[in-house]
Every structure is written in structure tokens, then in C-alpha cells.
Ligand binder design. Structure first.
Ligand SMILES: NC(=O)c1ccc[n+]([C@@H]2O[C@H](COP(=O)([O-])OP(=O)(O)OC[C@H]3O[C@@H](n4cnc5c(N)ncnc54)[C@H](O)[C@@H]3O)[C@@H](O)[C@H]2O)c1
Length: 418
């Protein structure tokens, strides 16, 4: 008779994952902890609403260790990890999220987080902020500030601010250089491709790969795809960015030019229906569609469902839609494939992004800012980069005067290069 020993509990698995994150998060675990150690967040209620996996859990832990009452929820029903939820609960944190929910249960979780009446929100896609504005206006009016993770959330907050309906200051973590130059480009670039390859088990070298949207996320995706041997094509509506894609060596074209031969397509526009109903007729047989933008609607999944004569699930998180004599494969139901179908950004990248989020929240708690959308000051952005460089064993010695002084010297000395 063989005895089977009980495996680790989900909470223990989640705790180990969070510790794995801590090991490679020197900025959050050092510089940020020190900065937040002044008691400014003591007893303050902070709702953390970001994709609920181990890296987010570590951010929540750092905020809780700084004295905040943290309420944690997920920013997408498909990206919450139950072992991490259990680990946070075991640690005594309030969590209003569960894995494997649907949009309705997720909406209820958001409202439950709102009902804690947070003073600050660390948001992603402005998901909680928008719901509070609509469904809990009395609590919304009491909010003192929001720190927002991503491009889409920033655009949403700016849109509210322009109508004069944002009663508090919002920090956009996304617009700090330590966020979008690394997270959007390298984080999504690496992990979007990685998730697509894992889910499909396909080869990338030699494939015709299309990226829709050549912003920070699109350029990272195209760069990593090309590094692995793909022939890269870009669809972009902004002429300057289209020109940039061309000069970076990608082939730029309209949907009609590049979709009919595409074998893999990534959407990265920050909008909706970047692959819309009218594009479905352009897709070739056996194409793989993946999204890395914030919204699950970047690929018009409803249009795909309407057009399909059958839908099968050949692999985990892969749905195959039969359109006439063609098969179109959709990954992770159109949710951000790198998080819903993978492990999300590398730990080292989120060490930077979440350092910006934590420092931004602390900044909101320690400064009187006018309502509207703000970015952390340049000195703080630089201080985060210095902390990261130091953790990598790199120190910058200022051997030259700064550029502004150089310019002044040139002007004073009359050296004008015409
Ligand atoms: N998956 C992730 O982990 C992750 C990480 C960071 C950001 N994001 C999200 O990715 C999206 C893109 O972020 P970004 O920082 O690259 O934004 P961005 O604004 O820099 O770039 C988006 C680009 O898409 C182009 N575009 C818009 N609509 C288009 C269309 N229909 N067809 C072709 N091009 C179109 C725009 O002109 C722009 O150049 C956002 O939703 C952002 O929130 C996801």
C-alpha cells in the first residue's frame, strides 16, 4: 500500500509565488519600502485593482506593510489566480476576487471593493474608478486620488477630467518613463509572444506576423517577434507612428494589404474592434489572433461568434471558429494574452511599474494636488531608475555638467552651430 502525502495548500503555493516575486523586486522591496516608511499611509484604505497574480500581491503586501488597509480585487475576470487570493487572505488581507468568474461576478467584486470606501485606488484600466463614478457616486466624491497603471486607463481618466467630472487628482503611472518605456515595450513584447507560442505550440521563425497598433506595446511585440525570426508587418492609423514602424524595418500596410497572408495577428491599439467584422473576410485559413491591448474587445469576438458555423477548442485557451472554408484561432477569448494566457510581465519589469504605482500613491497622500491627471515628478522617476540601476550593480557618476548648463555655456560663449 502506498501512502500519498498531502500536497501544499493553495495558500502555500500562492505564498511561495509571492516570495519568488520578492526575490527579484529590489526596488519595491528596498527603495519603495523605505520611502513609504514615513507613516503617511498608516490606516489609509487603498483598493488595489490590478490583474490579481503574484506580482500584484507583492505590491499589495508592500502597501499593507506600510500601514495601509488594503482591499484587493482583480482588473479582469480571466487573470485572477486563486492560489494568490488564498495566500493574501491567509495573510489577513481583504480580497474581493475569485478565479474563474465571469463579467457579472467580476462587476460585483468591483462594487464590493468600492463599498470599502477606499481613500486611494491603485487602478488598472480605471476599472474601479469608472464603476465607482457610475454606481457609487457618494463614495466616489470622497475619494482622494487614483494611481492608474495603463494607457487605456489614463485615456479614460483624461476623458473624465476634460468634462470637469474628476473631483480628485489622478497619477498616471503609465506616463512615467520608468513605466511605459519598459513595461509596455519589453514586458508585453516578451510575454505576449511567449504566451502565444505556449498556447499554440507553433513555430514563429519564418511566419508572417502582423501587429495592429505601433505604440509602445506594438513596437515591443514587433521587435520581439522579429528577433525570433518572424516577418513583421504593421497596421497603424497614425502616420508618424506608421513611418516609425517603416524606419524600424517592419512592412507597413493597410488591413487589405497585410491581413490576407497573416499567420499570426496581435492587436495592441488600446481601442476596440481593431480587428473588426469587416476584417474577418480578409483573414486566411489557420490564422492565430491574439490581443495584448487592455480591452477584450480589440478583436471583435462577438462578430467572430456570429460569423462562425462551428466553434471548437483544440487546446487550452484556443477557440477555433469555422468561417466558410477557413479556420480562425482565437487565444484567451480575446483577453490580454500575456496575462490571461501566460504569467504576465516579467517580475523585474513589474518591480519598476509597481514602484511607480506605490510612489505615486504615496505622493498623492503627501501632496495637495489639483483635480486632474498628473505624472510623478521627474526626480522621482529618476530615483526609481537609480534604485534599479544600483540593484544591477550600475552606478552613474556625474562627470559632466548637465545638459541645461552645457546649453547656457554655449549660449554665453557665443558658440552657435547654425
Ligand atoms: N498586455 C499588457 O500587459 C499591456 C501592458 C501595457 C499596456 N497595455 C495596453 O496596450 C494598449 C496599447 O498601449 P500603448 O502604450 O502601446 O498605447 P499607444 O497609445 O502608445 O499605442 C496605440 C497605437 O495604436 C494605434 N491605433 C489605434 N487604433 C488603431 C487601429 N484601429 N488600427 C491601427 N492602429 C491603431 C494608435 O495610433 C497608436 O499608435 C493599451 O490598451 C494599454 O493599456 C497592455
Amino acid at each position: 500500500m502506498s501512502l500519498s502525502l498531502p500536497g501544499p495548500t493553495p495558500a502555500a503555493v500562492g505564498t511561495a509565488k509571492i516570495e519568488w516575486v520578492r526575490r527579484r523586486s529590489p526596488v519595491l522591496d528596498g527603495f519603495v519600502r523605505e520611502r513609504l516608511g514615513d507613516g503617511a499611509l498608516d490606516g489609509v484604505t487603498i483598493a488595489v485593482v490590478v490583474h490579481l497574480e503574484a506580482k500584484t500581491a507583492f505590491l499589495a503586501t508592500v502597501l499593507a506593510d506600510a500601514g495601509a488597509d488594503v482591499v484587493v480585487a482583480g482588473s479582469n475576470p480571466r487573470t485572477t489566480r486563486q492560489d494568490v487570493v488564498e495566500a493574501l487572505k491567509e495573510r489577513g488581507m481583504t480580497v474581493v476576487a475569485a478565479a474563474d468568474g465571469d463579467y457579472e461576478s467580476w462587476h460585483q467584486e468591483m462594487l464590493a471593493a468600492a463599498d470599502y470606501g477606499p481613500t486611494y485606488i491603485v487602478d488598472d484600466g480605471a476599472e474601479l474608478t469608472l464603476r465607482m463614478a457610475r454606481h457609487r457616486p457618494e463614495l466616489f466624491a470622497r475619494l482622494k486620488g487614483v494611481s492608474e497603471e495603463t494607457t487605456t486607463g489614463t485615456a479614460r481618466l483624461q476623458a473624465i477630467a476634460e468634462t470637469g467630472k474628476l473631483p480628485f487628482p489622478a497619477m498616471t503611472a503609465n506616463n512615467a518613463r520608468c513605466k511605459h518605456l519598459f513595461d509596455n515595450v519589453y514586458g508585453t513584447g516578451q510575454t505576449g509572444i511567449q504566451a502565444m507560442l505556449r498556447l499554440t505550440n507553433r513555430q514563429i521563425a519564418g511566419t508572417h506576423l502582423v501587429v495592429v497598433g505601433y505604440g509602445f506595446v506594438g513596437r515591443g511585440t514587433a521587435r520581439y517577434a522579429r528577433a525570433l525570426g518572424a516577418h513583421t508587418y504593421v497596421i497603424e492609423t497614425d502616420p508618424v507612428r506608421a513611418l516609425e514602424a517603416h524606419m524600424d524595418g517592419h512592412t507597413v500596410g493597410s488591413p487589405a494589404d497585410v491581413l490576407p497572408t497573416a499567420e499570426m495577428v496581435f492587436t495592441a491599439t488600446g481601442g476596440v474592434r481593431a480587428i473588426g467584422e469587416e476584417d474577418l473576410a480578409l483573414l486566411r485559413h489557420d490564422v492565430v489572433l491574439a490581443n495584448v491591448g487592455h480591452s477584450d474587445l480589440e478583436i471583435d469576438v462577438e462578430a467572430l461568434r456570429r460569423a462562425a458555423t462551428s466553434i471548437v477548442h483544440p487546446r487550452e485557451a484556443v477557440e477555433t471558429f469555422r468561417l466558410g472554408d477557413r479556420d480562425v484561432h482565437l487565444l484567451s477569448s480575446g483577453a490580454l494574452v500575456n496575462i490571461a494566457g501566460g504569467s504576465g510581465h516579467p517580475v523585474e519589469i513589474m518591480d519598476l511599474s509597481f514602484a511607480v504605482q506605490a510612489v505615486g500613491t504615496h505622493y498623492l497622500a503627501t501632496h495637495e494636488l489639483r483635480p486632474g491627471v498628473h505624472v510623478i515628478p521627474e526626480e522621482l522617476d529618476n530615483a526609481i531608475a537609480v534604485a534599479k540601476l544600483r540593484s544591477l550593480g550600475i552606478s552613474l557618476t556625474q562627470t559632466r555638467a548637465n545638459q541645461k548648463e552645457d546649453v547656457k555655456e554655449m549660449m554665453d560663449g557665443g558658440h552657435h552651430d547654425e
